[in-house]
Design a protein around this ligand. Structure first.
Ligand code: FES
Length: 217
């Protein structure tokens, strides 16, 4: 199995939890994931790892990651897996909203949006530092208002948050082009059809690992 290595851990994990080196073909696109497992660990379950942006030797990984993955740890990687975000080429006003997860899950979208000269608003209550000056930061209470402005929304939320607060809410008027990344455990990545990752979206029940974890809103 292809290997990656933890090169660096970050104290402030709002930007990223770690830098992982790996072959370029393994780097997940924003919203996609790798299933990662430490072969030296007793824990049999793999951990889904999402990109928070690129690095010269691999990528920055969004938090949380196991605390035992310290610099020098080798991990087995499988992927990239799942459906990621698809930023419309015509999008010029991009809203990135982290509901109850780290905004790091969305930071890979910043480079893509800047490449197409889009204005970017990052909506979250705990923003990372050192973002490009072009990224406007707004609190979560401004989500509704920012949705009126945006022509594309990428939202990241836990499965619990989706169920309790967002998925059942008709109050959120999202732009025509809107996607949600539902963050949930995905231990088998579809291999064993464990069903642990099942999520309910408007069209019914789906497996986040295979049908998502990014869904249309
Ligand atoms: S993680 Fe097992 S079916 Fe999705």
């Amino acid at each position: 199995m292809p290997e990656g290595k933890i090169i660096e851990r970050f104290l402030d994990d709002r930007r990223a939890a770690a830098r992982i080196s790996c072959p370029p073909t393994l780097v997940p696109a924003p919203g996609q994931y790798l299933l990662a497992h430490d072969p030296a660990s007793d824990d049999p379950l793999a951990v889904p790892v999402f990109s928070a942006g690129l690095s010269a030797d691999g990528f920055l990984a969004a938090s949380p990651l196991p605390a035992a993955w310290i610099p020098g740890t080798s991990i087995h990687l499988r992927g990239p897996l799942g459906r990621g975000f698809a930023l419309p080429a015509a999008a010029r006003r991009v809203a990135l909203a982290a509901w109850d997860v780290s905004s790091a899950y969305l930071l890979g979208m910043v480079t893509l949006a800047l490449k197409q000269d889009a204005a970017i608003s990052l909506i979250c209550d705990e923003p990372p530092e050192n973002l490009p000056a072009d990224v406007e930061i707004r609190p979560l209470v401004a989500l509704e208002e920012t949705c009126q402005w945006a022509d594309y929304l990428a939202l990241a939320v836990t499965r619990e948050g989706w169920r309790e607060r967002v998925g059942n809410s008709d109050a959120l008027n999202v732009p025509r082009e809107a996607q949600v990344l539902i963050v949930t455990p995905m231990p088998c990545g579809g291999l064993a059809e464990c069903g642990v990752c099942s999520v309910e979206v408007k069209k019914g029940m789906f497996l986040a690992c295979e049908d998502g974890p990014v869904f249309g809103l």
